[in-house]
Design a protein around this ligand. Structure first.
Ligand code: ADP
Ligand code: XUL
Length: 542
């Protein structure tokens, strides 16, 4: 009996090590992949950079910015060719495709792909002797796909909001007011500007479901989570909203197909991949999703957690139980738990603004910047700053606005006070807008910090104080790919009720780096109220 148990203890991890799970990410500038074994160890990573490795498509940063400065597209065949190239690289690296039990992936959110009539038949019978790029030359009715950087659909946004009963009503239905980059508004625009091509379209995919379709050899459903970035999905019923469909384009429900849970197994990988790469016939394709939902999975966010990414721009993800849509920010269906939601907030003025103040007030050194934070008190003696070097997304305001403790506008602050005013101001703004979408402190609340500035302990201390929660760091450069590999693994067992967190419980734990100062709630509860009032004033002025 004992020997049998020991044998089992040895065999289970060995069998897990023999299985592989692939996570792809079709992002703006590159296509990436992570191969992970069943013990959650990353065994291989690879990528294809669009600009450098596919120069024939002449993209910059993976996109074409059109003459109007607002329209931004990417060639769909570039994404297809990138997959050909990536699979070749994996073959050359000796990846044993027959060990892959499941694959999943993510795509930049909001971008859309238009399949030409007859493409579904083509996808079903791909000849394994040719590459995908040759086989799918004629399969797209629109060759340049609108992507998330496009901001040319303002009129369509206004029309949709009018049809839905106003911006807040639209946010209540779809999780967001109308945004130019959201897919429904892009479809409405394309229907007008490329009417002929639109007529020839038999199916519209998101970048994520387009990529899944390639692996599946047939049209893949749009998943609930990425589908929430379209201004078309009712995030509560998890079905297309009739009002939004009708306001966008005729017969749109048929063109989109029915949406599915993000944890769905869509089917086995197509015979093309079995014959061409040596995938096993039993390898499953798990629904692909958006890159932000996939990152939430990669960071293993849990109920009560907030993820703060401090990169070029600052991004916040929240795990939300009950959606409370607001005029700013987005609510998406949660990609790993069918009953939950996630919120997403983007702030443009992040690290670049911190760098500017570092250069002006701390002699250009992060050490000097940190010293200023150490040497100034929580609450900054009442001084508050708003630093919107460029037009902010949340809230839509611009300029630098400084206030003393009596709410008087001032033109400057001393260098040390300015450093704290910037960092406190940024984090108060993050918390204020997170609260409007449902952030609240519950027992066990954690803030998970990633991105370049998360290496700065003093910045994280301010984050911890303002959010009144412990801050952990998590070192992930590839969270969307890793999240996709985790989701592939979870997809195989999700139907039998196993939770996502159970599947990834043995992944490396985040590290605790800061806990809130005992005086923090007293200081910031008051200050946040002042900050909200002053933000109103700034918004009116800018
Ligand atoms: P991206 O959004 O391009 O992925 P990263 O997450 O790599 O960006 O973050 C890059 C930013 O990290 C830089 O712009 C820099 O301002 C910031 N950064 C790097 N080191 C520090 C530090 N010690 N303190 C504060 N910010 C830092
Ligand atoms: C999110 C968004 C971007 C894209 C590109 O709403 O537009 O983060 O997903 O990565």
């Amino acid at each position: 009996m004992l020997t049998l148990l020991l044998l089992l203890l040895l065999l289970v991890p060995m069998m897990a090590a023999a299985s592989l799970y692939l996570g792809f990410d079709f992002s703006t500038q590159q296509l990436k992949v992570v191969a992970m074994d069943g013990n959650l160890n990353v065994v291989h990573q690879n990528s294809v950079q669009f600009d450098q490795e596919l120069p024939e498509f002449r993209t910059q940063g993976g996109v074409h910015i059109h003459a109007d400065g607002l329209t931004v597209t990417s060639p769909v065949l570039m994404w297809v060719k990138a997959l050909d190239l990536l699979l070749d690289k994996l073959k050359r690296a000796g990846l044993d495709f027959s060990r892959v039990r499941a694959l999943s992936g993510s795509g930049q959110q909001h971008g859309s792909v238009y399949w030409r009539r007859g493409a579904s038949e083509t996808l079903k019978q791909l000849d394994p002797d040719q590459n995908l790029h040759q086989l799918l030359q004629g399969s797209f009715s629109v060759s340049d796909c609108p992507v998330w950087m496009d901001s040319s659909s303002t009129q369509q946004c206004l029309d949709l909001q009018a049809a839905a009963g106003g911006p807040l009503r639209l946010a209540e239905i779809t999780g967001s007011r109308a945004y130019e980059r959201f897919t429904g508004n892009q479809i409405a625009k394309l229907r007008l500007t490329q009417a002929e091509q639109f007529q020839e379209t038999e199916r519209i995919s998101l970048v994520s479901s387009f990529a899944a379709s390639l692996f599946l050899g047939g049209y893949a459903a749009i998943d609930y989570s990425d589908g929430s970035g379209m201004n078309l999905l009712d995030i509560r019923t998890r079905n297309w909203s009739e009002v939004c469909l009708e306001a966008t384009a005729p017969h749109l429900g048929r063109l989109l197909g029915a949406p599915l849970p993000s944890t769905s197994v869509l089917g086995p990988v197509s015979s093309y991949f079995v014959q061409r790469c040596g995938f096993s016939e039993s390898c499953r394709v798990v629904a692909f999703t958006g890159d932000n939902p996939a990152s939430l999975a990669g960071m293993r966010l849990q109920r009560g957690d907030t993820a703060v990414s401090l990169g070029t721009s600052d991004t916040l993800f929240l795990w939300i139980r009950r959606p409370r849509p607001a005029p700013e920010g987005h609510i998406f269906c949660n990609p790993v738990d069918r009953r939950a939601y996630m919120a997403l907030l983007c702030f443009k003025n992040g690290s670049l603004t911190r760098e500017r103040i570092r250069n002006e007030c701390a002699g250009g050194s992060w050490e000097g910047f940190s010293a200023a934070l150490r040497d100034t008190p929580l609450g900054n003696n009442g001084n508050i700053g708003f630093y919107f070097d460029t037009m902010e997304i949340t809230p839509p305001a611009v300029g630098v606005h400084l206030f003393d403790s009596d709410d008087n506008k001032v033109s400057s602050l001393s260098p040390q006070v300015e450093v704290r005013a910037l960092v406190e101001g940024q984090f108060m703004s993050r918390r204020l807008h997170a609260e409007r979408l449902g952030y609240s402190i519950i027992p066990g609340t954690r803030v998970l910090a990633t991105g370049g500035a998360s290496s700065n302990k003093e910045i994280l201390q301010v984050l911890s104080d303002v959010f009144n929660a412990p801050v952990y760091t998590i070192d992930l450069s590839n969270s969307a790919c890793l999240g996709s590999a985790y989701r592939a693994l979870h997809g195989l067992v999700a139907e039998s009720g196993v939770s996502f967190l159970d599947v990834v419980k043995n992944a490396p734990e985040p590290q605790l780096v800061a806990t809130p100062d005992p005086s923090a709630p007293e200081v910031y509860d008051q200050m946040l109220k002042r900050y909200a009032r002053l933000e109103e004033r700034v918004l009116q002025e800018s």
